[in-house]
Design a protein around this ligand. Structure first.
Ligand code: ADP
Ligand code: MG
Length: 192
């Protein structure tokens, strides 16, 4: 839930033929993102994941899919082991963009982050379950979500419960967008 002192994964890009020579375009506490190819007009990236929860989010048969979830093109298997102790998994997903300061997607993202944060404060005595309860609260309280956003929040809640993941909807860069302005839940869960 810390939004300012994020520790980035210190590992170099793992050695794998698919990744050679590709510029790194993003990094978080558990993932590295390198630029991919443009296939049939669609820009792609490779995400190198060290968190089993993130890997499940992108590849599980019952992972959340639909308008606001990232499109996954391929699971390229593993590439060594990260300093966090888990194997690196390489997956190929659609390229996304940071949310701009203004616009519809940014407004919805801000509303999700702030209402989620407020709900976390309200339920903070629930400790470990706080995040999931806060997410549940967002899905059952009328807040003017579009149907697609509400369905997505519900799908995230189900995924979090099934996979023992914790929602991570506060960090601004976990919500991203497509070039056409669609809000996408890029990295909305983490491992407990
Ligand atoms: N699909 C994507 N396209 C382009 N950049 C991305 C994509 N997904 C993530 N990024 C960038 O990489 C950074 C780390 O990715 P993220 O999934 O948030 O990793 P972590 O699980 O380590 O937080 C993000 O903050 C963002 O800047
Ligand atoms: Mg992230």
């Amino acid at each position: 839930m810390d939004t300012t002192n994020q520790i980035l994964l210190p590992d170099p890009i793992p050695d794998h033929p698919l990744l050679h020579g590709r510029p790194e375009i993003g990094r978080g506490e558990s993932s590295i993102v390198v630029d991919g190819d443009v296939v049939d007009g669609q820009e792609r990236v490779f995400k190198i994941l060290s968190s089993p929860t993130d890997y499940a989010y992108y590849t599980a048969p019952d992972r959340p899919t639909g308008h606001h979830f990232p499109i996954v093109y391929a699971d390229h298997g593993t590439a060594g082991r990260s300093s966090r102790g888990y194997p690196f998994h390489i997956i190929e997903v659609e390229k996304l963009y940071p949310l701009p300061c203004a616009g519809e997607a940014a407004e919805v993202a801000t509303k999700i982050s702030t209402s989620y944060f407020d709900a976390c404060m309200a339920w903070r005595n629930l400790a470990q379950d706080m995040g999931r309860i806060a997410l549940h609260h967002l899905t059952v309280t009328p807040m003017g979500w579009s149907d697609a956003v509400k369905d997505s929040l519900q799908a995230l809640e189900i995924f979090s419960t099934e996979y023992g993941a914790l929602p991570d909807l506060i960090k601004a860069d976990n919500l991203m967008m497509r070039k056409d302005g669609t809000l996408v839940f890029s990295d909305p869960v983490f491992m407990e």
